[in-house]
Design a binder for this molecule. Structure first.
Ligand code: DGT
Ligand code: CA
Ligand code: CA
Length: 364
């Protein structure tokens, strides 16, 4: 197999950094993003914290009360509730930049992705390093976000490398440097190896990946089963043949609006539905997508919800078809509707990419 060039990109302290982008005055303060539980008060956990807060021992998963205690001396510490919609919005924009710079783009989660760039850099790691720097610069300029990038011949090593110099890191592990890079690392840095497995190895006096290579495949298989055994064996040697698979972030696009007044009047709701269709269509068009399912969503005056959706005969990117279907769904939803509607939404799903069309505008 030819040598691949694979990036793993991971945003730094993601939720907390998103909060910093909309309130730059937070940058100098310890920032904790919290998932408050519905029990009220300070019950709940820390989703993430910026690096200033981390200096005080605050990290993902600890109770909010612990974090407050650890930050007691920092009267400027800020505790914010999570705002997933906002983080998704930022994520989408950044993912778009990455996607434009990849031969194959694989979305992993809101804050990370793999890029196969083998072709566009001609397998050259120096060119790859420049490309990564450009991506970092663009994301910083346009979205005010820092990220860390790992570059190597496969997903496994790139994932480890992106975490190697955080925040704002760029770590290049070219094929001839793989062994020197991995050998001194703790066994725990191999993705999927947790505390328990690490302890097992420590009992055997094995601490680093170099140590781990002393264990033969049969012993590993005996301890962990064949699948995990061979994964650990290969990982220690930097072997990973998993391809970067084309995967998009979006499984749907939706827009929702709070109506000027609560209503169940067809004409009034239709007017709003058509406006939402326009907005949804705009995003779909920009992302070069087609959809096969259309849905509408009510949040009613008593805050209960109601949804309806319909599968189309074939994928389309046509706005008339979107409007017509949404209109039908609205009529159906309003049959024996007693309660008024407060918020109204339109979504499209079952997305597919428009392929092989040089001029995409001809589709619309
Ligand atoms: P880093 O180390 O600079 O990449 O920091 P993060 O915060 O980006 O950490 P990462 O990449 O592990 O996770 C990405 C986001 O996922 C993070 O901003 C918040 C969320 N997250 C991570 N761990 C937890 C957790 O234990 N609980 C909750 N609720 N959310 C979490
Ligand atoms: Ca991250
Ligand atoms: Ca991550």
């Amino acid at each position: 197999m030819e040598t691949r060039v694979v990036f793993h990109i991971d945003f730094d302290y993601f939720y907390a950094q998103c909060e910093e982008t909309r309130s730059p005055e937070l940058k100098s303060k310890p920032v904790c993003v919290c998932v408050f539980s519905d029990r009220g008060g300070d019950s709940g956990a820390i989703a993430t914290a910026n690096y200033t807060a981390r200096k005080y021992g605050v990290k993902s998963g600890i109770p909010i009360t612990f974090a407050k205690k650890r930050l007691e001396e920092r009267s400027d510490a800020v505790f914010l509730p999570v705002d997933f919609d906002f983080y998704s919005e930022i994520s989408e924009k950044a993912m778009e930049i990455m996607k434009n710079n990849a031969d194959i783009f694989e979305y992993v989660g809101r804050d990370e992705a793999y890029l196969d760039v083998t072709e566009r850099v001609g397998g050259n790691f120096e060119k790859a390093s420049h490309l990564a720097q450009q991506i970092k610069n663009t994301i910083r300029e346009k979205i005010k976000l820092s990220c860390s990038i790992g570059i190597s011949p496969n997903k496994l090593i790139s994932k480890i490398a992106s975490d190697y110099q955080k925040p704002d890191g760029l770590t290049v592990v070219s094929p001839e440097k793989v062994e020197a890079f991995l050998d001194p690392l703790k066994i725990r840095t191999i993705p999927g190896i947790g505390k328990k497995t690490e302890e097992k190895f420590l009992e055997m006096k094995l601490e680093t990946i170099q140590d781990l290579k002393k264990i033969d495949i049969f012993t590993l298989n005996k301890y962990f089963g064949r699948k995990t055994g061979s994964y650990i064996y290969n990982s220690a040697r930097g072997i990973d043949n998993e391809p970067v698979k084309k995967r998009d972030a979006r499984i749907q696009y939706s827009k929702i609006t709070t109506l000027k007044k609560d209503s169940k009047d067809y004409e009034f709701l239709l007017e709003n539905i058509l406006e939402l269709c326009k907005e949804v269509h705009e995003v779909v068009r920009k992302n070069n997508q087609m959809f096969k399912s259309v849905g509408i969503h009510f949040v009613q005056s008593d805050l209960t919800s109601k949804s309806k959706s319909r599968m189309l005969r074939s994928p389309t990117s046509n706005i008339e078809e979107l409007e017509k279907t949404a209109d039908q769904l609205l009529k159906e939803a309003l049959e024996n509707q007693t309660i008024t509607v407060r918020r109204l939404g339109v979504k499209v799903s079952e997305l597919s990419e428009i392929q092989g069309q040089s001029d995409i505008t001809s589709y619309f």
